[in-house]
Design a protein around this ligand. Sequence first.
Ligand code: C2E
Ligand code: MG
Ligand code: MG
Length: 748
Amino acid sequence: MYRIIFPAGLFWLLLCSIAWAASDPTSVRVGVFDNPPIVGIPAGAAPEGIAVDVIRWVAERENWQVTYVSDSFDKLVARLDKGEIDVLVGIAYSDKRAQRFQFSQQSLIGNWGMVFRHPKARIDSLPDLKGKRVALMRSSTHSQALVQLSKQFHAPFTPVYVDTYGQVLDAVVEGRADAGAVNRVFAALHAHQPDLAITSIVFNPIFVHYAAPKQASPVLLQALDRHLAALKADTGSAYYDSLRTWLEAAPAGRYPVWLPWAAASAAGLLVLALAIAGLLRHQVRRQTGELQRRADQLQSEIEQRETAQAHLNQLAYFDALTQLPNREGFNAALNQSLDAMQGTDERLALLFVDIDRLKNINDGLGHGAGDLLLQQIAVRLQSVLRTHDHLSRFGGDEFVVIVSDISDPSDVERVATRLLHCLEMPITVGSTPIYSSASIGIALYPDDARSSEALLKHADTAMYQAKELGRNRFQFYQANQTARAVERLTLDTRLRQALDRDELILHYQPVVALASQRIVGCEALLRWDDPERGLVMPGAFIQAAEDSGLIVQLGEWVLEAGCAQLRDWQKQGKANSMTLAVNVSTRQFEGRRLVKSVEQVLSRTGLAAECLELEITENVMLIMNDEVRCSLDSLRAMGVRLSLDDFGTGYSSLSYLRQLPFHTLKIDQSFVSKLPGEKGDTQIVTTILALAKGFELEVIAEGIETQVQYDFLREHGCEFGQGYLMSRPQAADQFVAMLGTGRIPSAG
Ligand code: C2E
Ligand code: MG
Ligand code: MG
């Protein structure tokens, strides 16, 4: 479960920073390097960009006097080491750097590498880079990651190193390189030239943070974190204004330069053609048609490019909330990896990470909090992965990691353990620390499967297994897990068919007054008359029906069939003062459907409400809320009897027992079977009997198999009983025949 705590330390922290902010302005030296739109340094003007906007916002509220120190990235990193600047903006997080500097927890923006190619170069996926000239910005982490990645894919290329991302694109456009790598933020602004084509290669998602020297006080970064978290939580905030300003700046030269000229020429030719039409009608008509067709073609080319552009802008491969690759991005990356591994003996692991009980957070603290939590979880997960591991978000609370380059499953175990560990510390959302955990399923290539679909399915199955085993753990895929999942699935499908094909029947077990041996009622028990397997007992299918929700329809069928049967017997004068007990699953209490269906069934069959008893297990206490309580009250008000089934085996709350409108307790057979036995065993039963008396409840003992048990119960004041001693559950005609004799075999 998520625990929510408010540590006293938090208040101290808050007090300290308030006191700190109220004093003289604090001078803060901010290191900036030209990396638009995160930071742009226009000649002779102050720095600008998203990171600067955020710093300015925080400075105004925290009383900071900011001086900007502009330099190359490498020099700023050295200055940060020496403590010559207080904060460096726009630095990507990496484990290595985190050993050297402090990082803000909040990221300013998510970013990743993209590869653009010269239109003439045939490059679509990573392996195509092999032997090509690829322009890279010297100090960019993306450049290093791409070089690394190409080695893993056995696609080494010739790097053409330059100093800025602008120069990367220039190198491609001018033909000095076949392709070039830039980050997506830069690409969104500048990669709109006609001589640049996008490839499907996206890689190395990173998060841009603020960093401070290792030894410095954490106060500056804490202030940045606090404000940035609040800014990001509000889509109308200055942060989003800034994103809109810098990311949506109209890119220059959206259309190819030649297109307007071509369109104009086409139009000119059209006019000319029309003039000639006056002289050479026949020929002109043909030419006009041809020219019109070409103009249309040009128009459609313009539209196609616009669509492609829109597609690029929409960045279909990424998740808007966490900035991680989405399902599409994952598929592209996995297929790329699998293609590259064909014919090698390399292995890969897929980790399906499902965040436990995120729904509780969404329900309890709202979706905004859930979103913030997911963002921070994404950062945490990313922070414990290596650069070449690929993390994506599948939507909802699901993340998937591709771990390549593994020699032994223990490598994957280490990664999974790190992922679980990184969630152990609470994550603060707003000012509320939230404890989260995850369940991880792991599938290995090629051990478990070779196709991407099968790998994903197996990892998902293993994840479910991890959840079933108690969450907050990882589980490797095992072949029989699928067998079990398939079995569950087919059982469910077959049960649905059974319902449609009338393969369900009811057996009836008498409830006997122990003193008089008279049959006072019966319990309807469901059986499945499966043409393949014969009579199937409820133990084999009730749980699956509960899991899938089919139990609601099954329960309604039982109610209808049971009531109709009893009414039929009554009409024949065979069961006049008898009650019929029907088992009801707690799932039937969802919504107020149960009350309505009981009402309808009673009116359809004409059975008196007093003749119907609903058996509900103690688990109903676990879902007790106003709605359930209200349903129970309405049923009782209708005159229907209510009994608490399997009493003593589940969760019972005495205070509930007093408040709820039950008529009857059914002592579970596990207690009866131990009778007369040890003192402790008999005491449980005698205590339940006393308790029931105190609450004025009737008691039915279940599972009476011996005369000794029968006698013990009768002597200790138990009024009613049910069990094989008196009768096993019987098919309807056998049961009614037994009613006819008026005698219970062997009891008494
Ligand atoms: P339950 O409601 O506690 O039903 C009593 C079970 O004890 C029945 O098993 C019955 O055959 C068995 N029983 C009766 N007397 C004896 C005895 O002397 N000795 C022993 N060892 N067992 C005895 P059954 O019919 O297999 O049903 C098992 C469970 O399946 C039921 O337990 C009930 O929880 C569930 N179930 C059955 N029909 C339905 C239904 O229509 N709806 C729902 N939701 N659950 C049902
Ligand atoms: Mg029952
Ligand atoms: Mg029972």
